[in-house]
Design a protein around this ligand. Sequence first.
Ligand SMILES: [Zn+2]
Length: 256
Amino acid sequence: MELILRDTLNHGQKYVHAAGEYTYEANGTNRTIIPYSPDWKRIMLQTSGGLDSSLLLYLTARTFKELGLKTEIVPFSVEVPNKVKNLESARAVIETVREAVGYDFISKGVEVIMPESEMMPPKKNQFFNSTVMQFIENEGIDFEFNGNTKNPPLSARSHFPHDYSRELTRDHRTTIYNATISACPHAMNDKSGIVFLYKKFGLIESLAPLTLSCDINLDKMKRKGWGFPCGNCWWCHERAWGFASNNIDDPSLREN
Ligand SMILES: [Zn+2]
């Protein structure tokens, strides 16, 4: 079955290899849309250990379970040598989601360590994209999900550091689909809506504390004498705004 997607740019139609969509309404116009198909045997879901992809894993497993599907979800994680190690977070997230949802078809997942020779742009993106493409082709993957969200509104992010170098394509999107077999289900949901859904599904105390959002470079962190999370990068500001706009304290920043 294929879902017909109207392309608002050229008024044509594109075909997405999905049978339907399940929508999770958040605050305001924010929403997460999970595509599904009984024909999918395996999907890969980019699982970084961050707030967004962890919620995406939860909502995807929940949707598939509710629909009685048996689609295998393969979490796919990449560790970048000049960033704080995220694989441990990703593993804890996978385990927690598996238990919380009780969906039997989340596999152990795949971990890729990026070689140091590839970690600087533009090689970094090339390595990442080609690794994902190879995995889709070689491992019989029917569809790919990643956790990219919408950027916060300008009024919220105007004081974020280096906001000019944010991912501009995330400012406003009209579709969650990137290609016939690829989607960003959170493309029309920003961090405020993400935290809203954490609260709605009772995940603030269980899942949120396991996640990391800080994307600071390790050398810069050392040079500036910052701790982790740094509290200073664009991603730390975005996370803080997501929690503050829901009047919730970020449980990962709590002193124990
Ligand atoms: Zn940070």
